[in-house]
Design a protein around this ligand. Structure first.
Ligand code: ATP
Length: 254
C-alpha cells in the first residue's frame, strides 16, 4: 500500500433488509492516519456499514477497497487490514485478558513469541499490565474496552473500526478511550472509523461523516462544515443538516 492510497474506499454501497433500505448509495474514503467520525442517530445505518466491512453481511451494491484490496467473498487479505471494537463487548469474561489476547493473536497467525511481545507492549501502552492475569469480568468497563482495543490492534491493522465503543462508559473512561485512539492515529499512522451518536466525540475528527436514514449527507472536516452551514456548534450543525435532508426528501415525495 502506498502512503497516498486510501485505507478505506467505498463507492455506491447500498444494503436493504427486505423492503427496509439501511444504506443508500454510500461513498467516501479514509486516508492513512485519519481519525474519521461517523455520526448518525439510532437507526442511521452505522452498524450495518460496520457489519459489511467486517464480513457479517455483504452489500447489495457498490464496491469497497481496504488498503487497495477489494473486499469480496473469500478475500481474507482485505479483512486482515481491519481491527474492530463492537458496540457490545465480545470478549470472554471468564478468561484473563492475557488468554483472550493470546487466543486472538493466534487466530491471526502470530507466533507465540511475537504475540507475547505485542501483548506486553499494548498492555503497557493502554495501562492494563497489572490486570493481564485477571478474568475479564473482574475488570472495570473502561479497562475491558481498553483490552478490546488492544485486541483489535494485535495484528497491527491499517484500519480500526470502532462501533459506538464508548456506550456504557463513564465520562472519564469515555474521554480516555477516545483520546487513546485519536493519539494512536497520529503517532502510529493507523486510521480509525469511529461511529457515534455523540457530537462531542466528532469535534476533533479529521473528517466528519454524517449518516442519516442510510444516506451520507455530509463528509468534510468539522470546521469546514461549521463554516459552510454557518453553525456555531456541532449539535446545531447536525440538526441543520439532517433537517435539510428530511425537507429535501419530503419535497421529492410530493
Ligand atoms: P444504532 O445507533 O441504534 O445502533 P445504527 O445507525 O447502527 O443504529 P443500523 O443498526 O445499521 O443503524 O440500522 C439501520 C436500519 O436498518 C434501521 O432502520 C434498523 O431498524 C434496520 N435494521 C438493522 N438490522 C436489521 C436486520 N437484521 N433486519 C431488519 N432491519 C434491520
Amino acid at each position: 500500500m502506498t502512503t497516498r492510497q486510501p485505507v478505506l474506499r467505498l463507492e455506491g454501497v447500498s444494503k436493504a433488509y427486505g423492503a427496509k433500505c439501511a444504506l443508500d448509495d454510500v461513498s467516501f474514503q479514509i486516508g492513512r492516519g485519519q481519525f474519521v467520525a461517523l455520526l448518525g442517530e439510532n437507526g442511521a445505518g452505522k452498524t450495518t456499514l460496520f457489519q459489511i466491512l467486517t464480513g457479517l453481511y455483504t452489500a447489495d451494491r457498490g464496491t469497497i477497497e481496504i488498503a487497495g484490496i477489494p473486499l469480496g467473498q473469500g478475500n481474507s487479505m482485505a479483512r486482515q487490514q481491519i481491527g474492530a471494537v463492537f458496540q457490545a463487548p465480545t470478549i470472554d469474561g471468564e478468561r484473563s485478558a492475557e488468554a483472550n489476547l493470546l487466543f486472538h493473536a493466534r487466530l491471526f497467525g502470530l507466533s507465540r513469541n511475537t504475540a507475547r511481545r505485542r501483548i506486553d507492549s499494548l498492555a503497557a501502552q493502554f495501562g492494563f499490565t497489572d490486570s493481564l492475569g485477571q478474568p475479564m469480568r473482574t475488570l472495570s468497563g473502561g479497562m475491558r474496552r481498553r483490552v478490546e482495543l488492544a485486541r483489535a490492534l494485535i495484528n497491527a491493522p491499517a484500519l480500526l473500526l470502532m462501533d459506538e465503543p464508548t456506550v456504557g462508559l463513564d465520562p472519564v473512561s469515555r474521554r480516555q478511550l477516545h483520546s487513546e485512539v485519536r493519539q494512536r492515529c497520529a503517532s502510529e499512522n493507523v486510521s480509525a472509523l469511529w461511529a457515534t451518536h455523540l457530537v462531542d466525540e466528532a469535534a476533533t475528527a479529521d473528517q466528519l461523516l454524517i449518516l442519516h436514514r442510510g444516506r451520507l449527507i455530509a463528509a468534510d472536516t468539522p470546521q469546514e462544515l461549521l463554516v459552510r452551514f454557518a453553525a456555531t456548534d456541532l449539535t446545531t450543525l447536525f440538526m441543520q443538516i439532517t433537517d435539510q435532508a428530511d425537507s429535501k426528501r419530503w419535497a421529492n415525495k410530493t
